[in-house]
Design a protein around this ligand. Structure first.
Ligand code: T1G
Length: 670
């Protein structure tokens, strides 16, 4: 097999080039080729400098993650980068695309680094539950300083080539379209310069203030994760001991993380997210329908948020409402959101105007006639949706894709209102729709393959993580939420408090528990709205106007800053309902709460797979990570169940009287 590494001789400069699509990952063949090429350059007396660069879209984007967990072939990346740095001839890294992880570490081991202005650099290993394991935690602070090294390693933020140049990480910004030539010219300029600048030899003073400030600023974000603290410890170590000692510490910490459950979970999600975009029975080269203009019906919270996704991606939107004041309110909220983003410096004023200029508000359905995709985002009522799709069938142009943003309802029933069921599917956005990354794409029985492929491709363009769901009540995420909520409500009647149940979920790593979530979304969501019909605790709260945060009272009381506190009134209501229902009380442990609220979710996920309503277990994990904030270091419900042990989950479910899905019992979950 030909090596992905080739060399070119330009005078007395040896240019070493990697061609390993798609991202020049530093797999064994690349490492072996690089090692041979560097050795060739060092041994050849007529060579006075070397350049390392990559073909394709990017400089090395890291170690090859697919190799993790398998026997590592020589040369190990740490040895390779040390060999590059030990060269007595200058080695220049020529960077384009994203020099990430091990790629950034190869660049750091080079004596010089040049980059095109559009390049980015980063050490995002922490997002895989790891740390830069090839000297990066020791070289980066020595070159770029402690504060930037902490940020890059412990948060995984990438920086621009300009920022890298300002920090001394890049020696020269070169022409966007002349990297090869400019890197060669740079090598010729510096080939006689001595001493060679070696990152590992630079001195580095401790910076406890920077460390303390960084830890304080990120404490909340790092809650529950192991890797950030390990990255910080390695950077601190670099300020305390020489490189060769620090890199030993780095190696120990790297191996500890690599063989921990958190990294396995985060690597699982890395691939699961990418796998989710693939539809097993639709060829990847299916021709897509062009989407030049999107129509959104409803300018409420969801309609406005949905519209922003397309406007921000440069896709014009026609937004329809029934009344002028609702339309004005909706477009006003969109503008306000954009202006808030601009105020934070994340958008330029002209970008705000461009986005708003691409928005066409109207009261007329007829104005949707030239839209290639129309998304209905109105009240969650089947009759209302059926009426809308019946009208759309008359108005929309042939080939337009018609989508509903419904959270639960039957897409087949909606599609049947049209003469074009093949053009109908669900696009379930999560609120706030312009922020949450998950998009459940609900495939109707008659949805055409190219319609599905078009929407999955469009999802990437609007920076969503899309997962295909089948038609089932609540699709994937909300269907799994239901047994969790049923059990949480039962636990209240049996002796648990909202605070205890929520605490268990937050300690597990969720952003909030079931009752905090109810207060955020609205206790009145899905309520029958008859204050005289009180059949459970939730009805009792809703009847008293305790509709959640928006009323400063729900399952919790809230102050003006929406800080929650346990509510004596809620405790009274729960006590009343325990007595009214005659529910036997018992001491409820945290473990029982985990088993009765999280295991049933896994069970529901197994049923969803058995019914073919999700393509793969990892898709279910992606739904929960990106739609509900399941802690990525536990890999999603289905991955977590495997980590727990299916036997333990099955035993827990049976102990609490659940009917266990066959595939869970047999461990045949894929
Ligand atoms: N290893 C193996 N495959 C990779 C890969 C990697 N590092 N990065 C991407 N791929 C695959 C990906 O699975 C997909 O495959 C295809 O490339 C395109 O990726 C020792 C230990 C580079 C910004 O964490 O952030 O170095 O689905 O869809 O949106 O210290 O990929 O086509 O079959 O994401 O244009 C550190 C991870 C590794 C960077 C490009 N590096 N990659 O984004 O394309 S650990 C990373 C990314 C490490 C050392 C440590 C992104 C990207 P398929 P894509 P993209």
């Amino acid at each position: 097999m030909t090596s992905p590494i080739r060399t070119e001789r330009h005078g007395d400069v040896l240019v070493i080039i990697s061609d390993n699509p798609p991202v020049n990952a530093l797999g064994a063949a690349v490492r072996q080729g690089l090692e041979a090429a560097i050795k060739q350059g060092v041994a050849d007396a007529s060579i006075h400098a070397m350049v390392i660069r990559c073909d394709g879209r990017t400089f090395f984007a890291g170690a090859d993650i697919t190799e993790f967990g398998k026997p590592m072939q020589d040369p190990p990346l740490p040895a390779l980068v040390d060999m590059i740095e030990a060269s007595d001839k200058p080695v220049v890294a020529a960077i384009h695309g994203t020099a990430l992880g091990g790629g950034c570490e190869v660049a750091l081991a080079c004596h010089y680094r040049v980059a095109v202005p559009s390049a980015k650099l980063g050490t995002p290993e922490v997002k895989l539950g790891l740390l830069p394991g090839a000297g990066g935690t020791q070289r980066l602070p020595r070159v770029a300083g402690v504060a930037l090294a902490l940020r890059m390693t412990a948060t995984g933020d990438t920086i621009s080539a300009k920022q890298a140049a300002d920090a001394g990480l890049i020696d020269k910004l070169v022409g966007e379209d002349s990297l090869a030539a400019d890197a060669l010219a740079f090598a010729n300029d510096i080939k006689g310069h001595r001493p060679l600048p070696r990152a590992s030899e630079k001195s580095l003073a401790p910076d406890p203030e920077a460390v303390a400030a960084f830890q304080k600023a990120n404490a909340r974000k790092f809650r529950g994760f192991d890797a950030p603290a390990a990255n910080i410890a390695c950077v601190v170590k670099a300020t305390e001991v020489p490189y060769h000692e620090g890199v030993q510490f780095e190696r120990t910490e790297f191996m500890r993380l690599m063989f921990g459950t958190q990294s396995a979970a985060q690597r699982h999600i890395f691939f699961a997210e990418r796998q989710a975009s693939k539809i097993d029975d639709v060829p990847a080269d299916t021709p897509l329908r062009p989407i030049r203009r999107v129509g959104v019906i409803g300018a409420g919270t969801m309609g406005g948020g949905i519209s922003m996704n397309f406007l921000s991606a440069g896709i014009p939107v026609t937004i329809v409402e029934m009344a002028q004041d609702a339309l004005d309110r909706g477009t006003g909220v969109i503008r306000k959101n954009y202006e808030a983003t601009a105020a934070k410096g994340r958008m330029k004023p002209e970008q705000v105007e461009a986005a708003m200029g691409a928005l066409t508000p109207t009261l007329s359905f007829d104005d949707l006639a030239d839209c290639d995709l129309i998304i209905e985002a109105v009240y969650e009522n089947m009759d209302v949706k059926k009426d809308i799709f019946t009208r759309l069938d008359q108005i929309a142009k042939q080939g337009a894709i018609l989508a509903s943003n419904t959270s639960y309802l039957d897409i087949n029933e909606i599609a049947a209102c049209t003469a074009r069921p093949q053009d109908v599917l669900g696009m379930h956005f999560f609120s706030p729709a312009n922020i949450m990354k998950l998009l459940e794409v609900v495939r109707g029985d008659k949805t055409a393959p190219d319609v599905l492929a078009t929407v999955m491709d469009l999802a990437k363009k609007i920076r969503k993580v899309a997962v295909v769901a089948g038609v089932t009540y609540g699709f994937i995420g909300n269907r799994m939420l239901m047994p969790r909520q049923v059990e949480a409500n039962k636990l209240l009647l049996e002796g648990a408090t909202p605070e205890q149940i929520d605490r268990v979920h937050v300690e597990f790593g969720m952003p909030m528990g079931p009752f905090q979530m109810a207060d955020l979304a609205g206790v009145d969501i899905g309520w029958h709205r008859d204050p005289n019909r009180i059949e459970n605790v939730r009805d009792a709260l809703a009847a008293e106007g305790r509709w959640g945060q928006k009323r400063q009272a729900g399952f919790y009381d809230y102050d003006e800053k929406r800080t929650p506190s346990p509510s004596p009134r809620v405790a009274e209501i729960i006590k009343e309902w325990r007595e009214k229902t005659g529910t036997p009380q018992h001491e409820i442990t945290d473990q029982e709460i985990v088993e009765r609220t999280l295991y049933p979710m896994v069970n529901e996920g197994a049923l969803i797979l058995e019914e073919g309503k999700a393509q793969r277990a990892s898709d279910i994990d992606v739904v929960w990570i990106y739609g509900y904030g399941w802690p990525v270091y536990r890999g999603g419900p289905m991955f977590w169940a495997k980590t727990e042990g299916y036997d333990k989950v099955v035993a827990g479910l049976e102990r609490h009287g659940f009917t266990v899905a066959q595939s869970l019992k047999s461990g045949a979950i894929k």
